[in-house]
Ligand binder design. Structure first.
Ligand SMILES: Cc1cc2nc3c(=O)[nH]c(=O)nc-3n(C[C@H](O)[C@H](O)[C@H](O)COP(=O)(O)OP(=O)(O)OC[C@H]3O[C@@H](n4cnc5c(N)ncnc54)[C@H](O)[C@@H]3O)c2cc1C
Length: 306
């Protein structure tokens, strides 16, 4: 998804773009994302906050087209004790203290944020790339391609190979999908000791999460973990207890000590978005387009010598 977002921004300013990917959009980690615009497991804070602001605005624009799969929805993050505003508070237009809380919580932040229904959104993004004249080819690359003027490396966890970067590690997240039962707002408990707990409504189902297990490469959902996820979710939204389970999934978040977004010669690296790939996607895509447009050091030297 990060790669397709970059492709869109580059095509919009007139570049020719050929996307190459081992997995097609619905087979990627991005397809598993819940997905709300909310910074989680990504650093550094100053860049993450700035990228979130730009993505929020882009998604808000997309929410005007129902076929994009993006909706602006109000929801609440619940807290076990009173806390100061989060470090990314300026990334959302407004945030209110919530007083109507589920049992066991002392505080909460209520705000409106984009909720992105990934199966729909990834299809929309793919069509957007094609409509702008880009191509998408399935190919498992043994190394970054040679021969292109610029290569944008958005390999996610695959950057362990394509960026020779072992600082990117998997942090697995399991989710349960239940049939929609009339839920219209999202809930999140980021501080649950068992793992981040969230209940996110979509058009036909509700995504319930989750877990975050660092270093775990397994994408096989565990029935016991699913039971725990549903029990935690029901503390936030009691109606979940009666909801029909549709399916289970696990995705591997590409976590890195810091998101890598930088230009190195003819390669622009853009990976390691952790639990925030959707949240950061448009902000990062804008910056990638700026880096692709910037003259390279070597070109600057050549012009100076002319
Ligand atoms: C359970 C769960 C919930 C989440 N919820 C949210 C959320 O609410 N909000 C949010 O912002 N984020 C969320 N995330 C995080 C988000 O899903 C990721 O940050 C995001 O998907 C990363 O996107 P990406 O495009 O970098 O990686 P990917 O989606 O993994 O895409 C990487 C692409 O690179 C390709 N590739 C890799 N190696 C090669 C190779 N050698 N040759 C060719 N192609 C290659 C892959 O095939 C793939 O197409 C969640 C993640 C999980 C698991």
């Amino acid at each position: 998804m990060v790669g397709l977002s970059c492709a869109v921004r580059l095509l919009e300013v007139g570049h020719r773009v050929d996307v190459v990917a081992r997995d097609l959009p619905l087979e990627t980690t991005s397809a598993v994302a819940a997905a709300i615009c909310y910074p989680y497991r990504a650093a550094p804070q100053d860049r993450v906050a700035a990228w979130t602001i730009r993505s929020y605005a882009a998604f808000e624009g997309l929410a005007a087209s129902p076929d994009s799969g993006v909706r602006m929805l109000e929801g609440t993050e619940v807290l076990r004790e009173r806390q100061a505003d989060p470090w990314w508070v300026d990334a959302v237009p407004s945030m209110d203290r919530e007083t109507s809380l589920p049992e066991g919580y002392a505080d909460g932040w209520t705000f409106t944020t984009p909720v992105v229904e990934m199966p729909i959104y990834l299809g929309w993004l793919l069509q957007r790339v094609k409509a702008l004249g880009g191509t998408v080819t399935r190919l498992n690359l043994p190394e970054l391609p040679q021969g292109a003027d610029v290569v944008v490396n958005c390999a996610g966890l695959g950057a362990r190979l394509l960026g020779a970067d072992t600082t990117v590690v998997p942090v697995s997240g399991q989710v349960v999908y239940v049939e929609q039962f009339g839920l219209v707002r999202w809930w999140l408990d980021g501080g649950a000791p068992e793992g981040p707990t969230y209940v996110i409504p979509r058009s036909r189902d509700v995504v319930v999460g989750g877990t975050d297990v660092e270093g775990d490469w397994s994408r096989t959902p565990s029935p016991e973990v699913a039971e725990g996820i549903l029990a935690r979710g029901a503390r936030l939204v009691p109606g979940l207890a009666q909801a029909r389970v549709i399916r289970h999934k696990v995705g591997l978040r590409p976590v890195r000590p810091e998101v890598r977004l930088e230009r190195e010669g003819r390669v622009v690296h853009c990976y390691g978005h952790g639990g925030s790939g959707v949240t950061l996607s448009w902000g990062c895509a804008d910056e990638v387009a700026e880096l692709v447009a910037a003259p390279m050091e070597s070109d600057r030297g050549r012009h100076a010598a002319d």
